[in-house]
Design a protein around this ligand. Structure first.
Ligand SMILES: Cc1cc2nc3c(=O)[nH]c(=O)nc-3n(C[C@H](O)[C@H](O)[C@H](O)COP(=O)(O)OP(=O)(O)OC[C@H]3O[C@@H](n4cnc5c(N)ncnc54)[C@H](O)[C@@H]3O)c2cc1C
Length: 550
């Protein structure tokens, strides 16, 4: 059965924001405040509610902190690969973001009339804002309420399955409404892409289930460039035990506050890798490698973990991590007396869609912000900068979109929507949902095996071959029902994103930040101080296009 544009409901807006995390909401509010009619559409809440710490160099905890120092930390932490234009914007924009959030009623805890800030790994000074009840969740609640108050329209619970593209102009999106079992087209004069990162593309992952590489798959398909995709950050300390907390990221801020990492021999092993500082003043990517090395070299516990020793923290400090302490206690483990066990898991993507200082992607009508966009973090992201990125570049993309509205044109909407529906068809003897899920799982296992924390040519080449096999199986998919057809779209986005990561990782014959090659252990600035980029060839494949550092 084929789907026809005449059965698709339509609504229209000036700016369509895709994604309901912090980047999406900051974009929606910023575009609305510029006078645009704004609709925000999303499936669920993404990674944003899980945010604990958010960098802003407001210098309340240490008055030596400055935007210039923040800039230097980012470039050092990103191994020089950062887009300096974006780093500049973020180093001051993060201060504005705190003021803007306070202005809409977000309350950050204070001590002696100064906002409290935590010291996160890789940052020279304590500059991470936090809210004990859950930073991301509370900020998102305030932004959502504010957006509603100023007239942003909301379309929640729907899946974006394609952009609407009129001869290269990005003019909206096609969404699937599972509850109503129907499609909705939202036509727009500008689109902000804020659909988050790679999602569960690796079998060990901290991402929530609503993120599925769609940002990158769709951006690539519609002419945007993806850069720095080889840099996947593995969170160093993700809970394995207690089992009820599996996948819960332990805050590196706790390590900054004095918690220790201990191996099976009882050693505080980080002192060996980072003399004088131990678990402090080391960026997450490096810490993940250290933890993985302990495990690989047999100094981990029998379940391939190390101990995250919370018991050495002063009780008052520990209790300030309310969410984590509550979750551990609910699982029957009191972190005051019994420490959890952890190991690395894939966590965030440093790369993404290439943008300029206005959040524009180079595609008419398409802007991007937050984890969808790339460039600011370089080869490794400072702890606390995922959040700062969403707040700064979300707002930037929203303002950019409101300024960059495409002219109202009489468009042939049936043809535009029809193109997005192309390929969505069901057949009686198609694949079942389980078949599609199996291919997704194959991608996840392939990625962990071939493009995990430590990489080498043979492993990456084997991964590339396996992904080609999966692509062949995916191309033969004829789906039985509409839900399978939607999942097959997601599978396509996951697959192309995985392929781009593996290609870039094979090309980059050096080690830098979150990309570590056992066969090329050194950083090679002469050859590789540049972004590896990819762009579509318009025929379903992609080609390499490197971008110099700006
Ligand atoms: C467990 C965890 C803890 C973290 N802790 C921190 C921290 O303490 N500090 C920090 O700086 N960073 C942290 N990060 C990273 C940070 O959360 C992300 O970088 C950030 O939230 C990304 O925000 P975003 O708005 O770009 O995307 P997200 O918050 O991921 O939002 C993406 C949105 O797009 C929607 N979406 C995606 N695909 C589709 C689709 N096809 N159709 C419809 N909607 C779609 C999602 O439903 C969601 O609404 C953490 C990440 C995780 C996973």
């Amino acid at each position: 059965m084929k789907y026809h544009p005449s059965n698709v409901s339509r609504i229209s807006t000036d700016v369509l924001v895709l994604g309901g995390g912090l980047a999406g909401y900051r974009a929606a509010v910023a575009a609305r405040e510029k006078g645009a009619a704004v609709t925000i559409a999303f499936f669920a809440r993404g990674a944003s509610p899980y945010i604990i710490g958010c960098n802003s160099p407001i210098a309340h905890a240490d008055d030596r902190d400055t935007p210039e120092m923040f800039f230097e930390d980012m470039v050092r932490g990103g191994y020089g690969l950062n887009d300096r234009r974006l780093v500049e914007v973020m180093s001051t924009g993060a201060i504005d973001a705190q003021r803007e959030l306070s202005a809409i009623g977000v309350v950050f805890p204070t001590e002696n009339n100064r906002i409290m800030q935590r010291h996160l790994s890789g940052n020279t000074y304590p500059r991470s804002l936090f809210i004990p009840e859950g930073t991301g969740r509370v900020v998102l609640e305030h932004l959502t309420a504010h957006a509603e108050k100023i007239g942003v329209q909301t379309v929640a619970g729907l899946k974006v399955i394609d952009f609407l593209n009129d001869g290269g102009d990005l003019v909206g999106a096609l969404l699937w409404d599972r509850r109503e079992q129907k499609f909705l087209a939202i036509t727009a004069r500008a689109v902000v892409l804020a659909m988050g990162g790679i999602g569960r593309i690796y079998s060990d992952s901290t991402y929530p289930a609503d993120i599925g590489s769609d940002s990158y798959g769709l951006a690539l398909k519609h002419g945007a460039r993806l850069i720095d995709m080889e840099f996947v950050q593995f969170e160093p300390v993700v809970t394995v035990w207690p089992e009820a907390c599996l996948g819960m990221e332990m805050p590196t801020a706790m390590l900054g506050d004095g918690a220790h990492l201990i191996n099976a021999k009882g050693e505080r092993f980080m002192l060996r890798y980072n003399p004088g500082h131990g678990e402090k003043q080391i960026e997450k990517a490096k810490m993940a490698l250290c933890v993985q090395t302990e495990i690989d070299e047999g100094r981990g516990l029998p379940d391939d973990t190390v101990i995250f020793d919370t018991t050495v923290l002063p009780a008052e400090r520990l209790e300030s991590y309310k969410t984590h302490v509550r979750r551990l206690r609910n699982a029957g483990v009191d972190p005051l007396t019994t420490p959890p066990r952890v190991r690395p898991a894939s966590h965030s993507q440093m790369g993404g869609v290439l943008i300029d200082e206005t959040g524009w992607t180079g595609v008419p009508g398409l802007f991007a912000g937050g984890e969808s966009a790339g460039g600011v973090h370089g080869a490794s992201r400072l702890a606390g900068n995922g959040c700062a990125d969403t707040l700064v570049f979300g707002a930037l993309a929203g303002r950019g979109a409101a300024h960059g509205l495409l002219p109202m044109a009489s468009r042939k909407w049936d043809a535009v929507i029809g193109a997005s529906l192309e390929g969505i068809q069901t057949s009686e003897r198609g694949k079942t949902r389980a078949d599609v899920a199996e291919l997704k799982q194959d991608i996840r296992e392939t990625m962990l095996r071939s493009a995990g924390l430590w990489r080498h040519e043979a492993g990456l080449a084997a991964g590339r071959e396996r992904l080609r096999d999966i692509a062949r199986s995916a191309s033969e998919i004829k789906t039985e029902g509409i839900e399978e057809a939607i999942e097959a779209r997601e599978l396509g986005h996951m697959l192309v994103t995985a392929q781009v990561i593996v290609e870039a990782a094979l090309l980059r014959t050096e080690s830098r930040g979150a990309h570590q090659r056992r066969d090329y252990p050194n950083q090679d600035d002469a050859q590789w101080l540049k972004h590896i980029g990819f762009r579509t060839d318009g025929k379903g494949s992609f080609f390499r296009e490197d971008i110099p550092i700006q």
